[in-house]
Design a protein around this ligand. Structure first.
Ligand code: BYC
Length: 316
């Protein structure tokens, strides 16, 4: 068999596996573009989970009760766990975790735009749970069926934990809404700040999304950015009504013909500025991440020396 026919056979096997909705596993042959796209998306996802610990971590020492503090601690720890599963999934594709971290802290790989906004009040903890984790669930549940096995499987646990995160956020807001006028105002002010950034989490509009078409053909992504954004708007409006808050969009209205809500256009120039590094907190987030990485150097060195000693010991 010639090399050309062999690679045609491999490509055909890959195409059939995708077409049959079966999974691609790490040892299977895959096109280089598929591998690169997955490493890009999974690394960006992992970085988002790790950087995403910072905005909420900001409130751990100031949580208003022991109950709220333990919930918040558990949630932030979960995000660290999600980052770790995702880095492991990227490693099954041949990526090196140290290299991914280096790319994050040098600005060569992205993380979600949403984590470049500040958390100014405790209501932000609730709104992040409700809207940010809510958007994350909407985006990530379909990723449980992503064609790459380790990514899809990691998403199952991540989504279960995200559901708890969303519930705790909504419950926190419900409690505040039953409190004083000042608390209700704090919730509304927070919703006003987070609504548009939450819509931007789904990525640029479909006609400006260079990766969607190919990622859908490879069944890495199962829906387009706009489809998921619409789904999120539709599910959030009844939740906002039950809570007693409004979204800062005068164009929100039910469209009977489409059987969906119409909504306004996010400010895409703000989105581009944020992902280019010019959001309110980009510098702070990366400075903190770099400091944590540098401060952890001794742990990595000690673990490497210990592992080498163990290997030597077992060879004696
Ligand atoms: N922010 O062609 P497109 C969480 C980039 S963690 C920044 O549509 P794609 C949580 C995109 O990467 C939430 N960049 O891309 C954690 C691409 O740039 P490059 C994280 C964005 O990949 C802690 C360019 O724009 N979730 O919820 O087909 C606490 C063009 O975009 C963004 C995930 O990562 C953005 N919002 O679709 C609480 C989910 N959007 O790389 C909560 C997994 C787009 O070509 N990822 N870009 O230079 C995905 O589903 C997809 O990657 C996206 C983008 C839908 C985000």
């Amino acid at each position: 068999m010639t090399t050309a026919t062999m690679s045609e056979d491999l490509q055909e096997l890959f195409d059939t596996t995708i077409a049959d909705d079966q999974r691609i596993e790490p040892r299977d042959w895959m096109p280089e573009g598929y591998r690169k796209t997955l490493i890009r998306q999974i690394a960006q996802h992992a970085h988002s989970e790790i950087i995403g610990m910072q905005p909420e971590g900001n409130w751990i020492t100031r949580a208003p009760s022991l109950r709220r503090k333990s919930i918040l601690l558990a949630k932030v720890q979960d995000e660290a766990g999600h980052g770790l599963y995702l880095y492991s999934a990227a490693e099954t594709l041949g990526a090196d975790r140290a290299d991914l971290t280096a790319k994050l802290i040098s600005g060569r790989q992205k993380y979600s735009s949403i984590f470049n906004y500040p958390t100014l009040t405790f209501a932000d903890v609730g709104v992040i749970g409700w809207l940010v984790d809510g958007a994350a669930i909407c985006n990530q549940v379909p990723l449980c069926r992503s064609s790459f096995g380790p990514y899809g499987r990691a998403m199952i646990r991540v989504c279960k934990e995200e559901s708890f995160h969303q519930r705790q956020g909504y419950e926190l807001l419900m409690t505040m809404m039953q409190g004083t006028d000042a608390q209700r105002e704090m919730v509304q002010e927070s919703v006003d700040r987070w609504w548009w950034p939450a819509l931007m989490m789904f990525g640029p509009p479909d006609d400006e999304s260079p990766n969607t078409e190919q990622s859908m053909n490879w069944r890495i992504k199962r829906h387009t950015n706009d489809e998921l954004r619409q789904r999120f708007v539709d599910m959030s409006i009844p939740q906002a009504e039950a809570l007693g808050v409004t979204f800062p969009d005068p164009n929100l209205s039910w469209n009977e013909e489409r059987r969906h809500y119409d909504f306004g256009e996010p400010d895409w120039s703000e989105f581009r500025a944020v992902i280019e590094g010019n959001g309110a907190c980009n510098v702070e987030r990366i400075t903190n991440r770099r400091a944590a990485h540098e401060n952890g150097a001794w742990v990595r060195e000690a673990a490497t020396v210990f592992a080498a000693r163990e290997r030597e010991g077992s060879q004696k």
